[in-house]
Ligand binder design. Structure first.
Ligand code: ATP
Length: 336
């Protein structure tokens, strides 16, 4: 649905030129939740703003449904932007207007008749759980409720694409979770494609299907969230995971004092709930000790990753790896 091709963007600041994007290629499929994560200054905001051309690339193309939107006329671009909703970190609500007026705003700009504006605004307010609050002003609402208004406003014109620019960064953890659940619900119910940028791996883990990691204006890693979380390749991804308590390398400190073959076992889906290690230990007489482990769920799919030391005869160890691989467990030998 969306294809970004060799995007470059430079900004001239006094005394230096900043390469905010240095050759970005990405594909985003219809109906998926796609996350872009990176550190401050990595180029996330610049990148997401390329999707509605709030920023224009110096070089490269932005293909949406087979059309290069960088070549659109002003009228085509206006029409396209109506089909793209955007949600902002600080909500960007009009403080002197009621919730209903805020949500009606894009519909009014689009020239929709008043009665239809009201009906549609009330419909999306009900969708985000704010049906009772239409007559209030933003200051009478909590941060989470204000962001729901921001989401309702973005959805009012029935967009095909929703862009979320750090939509939960200003919210506390509990409110963040409720907004993320709302985004997931919208994605599933409306089949809307969502692209979000964030600093937080937890946000990616909760809602995204696929993720791209950006660093210094370049995509350094991308893939399904499960693959990137379980097998991060790039140092930036590894450190972002480690900072969010998902450090895949903690076993190294313990490895010196432990004998045996060191294996990293990655489980996903049904395999996570099977008592496979106890079977291996019992039936093959392999002694296992766990040096590191994490279990959790990524967008509803359970996963687990364990680093174990396995001690036993070499045939038993080979049989164990074959047994686990047959059951869908990925086995990586960290130390033979
Ligand atoms: N309007 C601008 N003028 C000059 N430099 C800019 C401008 N916008 C962005 N930059 C620079 O481009 C680089 C990427 O910025 P961008 O805002 O896209 O990063 P980011 O990953 O979104 O960061 P943050 O998480 O802090 O918002 C930075 O070095 C930034 O200073």
């Amino acid at each position: 649905m969306i294809r970004l091709e060799n995007l470059h963007k430079t900004y001239a600041a006094p005394g230096r030129i900043s390469h905010a994007l240095a050759g970005v290629d990405l594909r985003i499929s219809q109906g998926e939740v796609f996350g872009i994560i990176g550190r401050s200054g990595a180029g996330k905001s610049t990148l997401i703003r390329m999707l509605n051309l709030l920023e224009r690339p110096n070089e490269g193309r932005v293909w949406v449904n087979g059309q290069d939107i960088t070549q659109f006329s002003d009228a085509q671009l206006r029409d396209y932007r109506r089909r793209v909703g955007m949600v902002f970190q600080h909500f960007n609500l009009l403080r002197s207007r009621t919730v209903l007026d805020n949500v009606r705003f894009p519909l009014r700009l689009a020239g929709m008749p008043r009665a239809e504006q009201d009906a549609r605004a009330n419909e999306v307010l009900a969708l985000v759980g704010l049906g009772e609050h239409a007559g209030k002003y933003p200051r009478q609402l909590s941060g989470g409720q204000q962001q729901r208004v921001g989401i309702a406003r973005a959805l009012a014109s029935r967009p095909e694409l929703l862009l979320c620019d750090e939509a939960t960064s200003a919210l506390d953890p509990e409110t963040t979770q409720s907004i993320l659940r709302l985004l997931l619900d919208i994605n599933q119910r409306l089949g809307l494609t969502i692209v979000l940028i964030t600093h937080g791996m937890d946000v990616i883990r909760t809602v995204c299907d696929r993720v791209a990691v950006i660093d210094a204006g370049r995509i350094v890693e991308q893939g399904s969230v499960l693959d990137v979380f379980l097998h991060p390749q790039h140092a930036v991804t590894q450190s972002l995971l480690s900072e969010s308590g998902m450090d895949g390398e903690g076993w190294r400190d313990m490895a010196h004092g432990v004998a045996g073959r060191l294996l990293r076992l990655s489980f996903r889906g049904d395999a996570t709930a099977q008592p496979m290690l106890s079977r291996v230990s019992r039936e093959l007489s392999v002694d296992l000790s766990i040096l590191q482990g994490s279990v959790g769920s990524i967008k509803g799919t359970p996963y687990g990753q364990l680093v174990v030391s396995a001690q036993g005869g070499s045939t038993a160890l080979e049989q164990m790896e074959t047994f686990l691989s047959d059951k869908g467990v990925k086995c990586e030998v960290l130390r033979p």
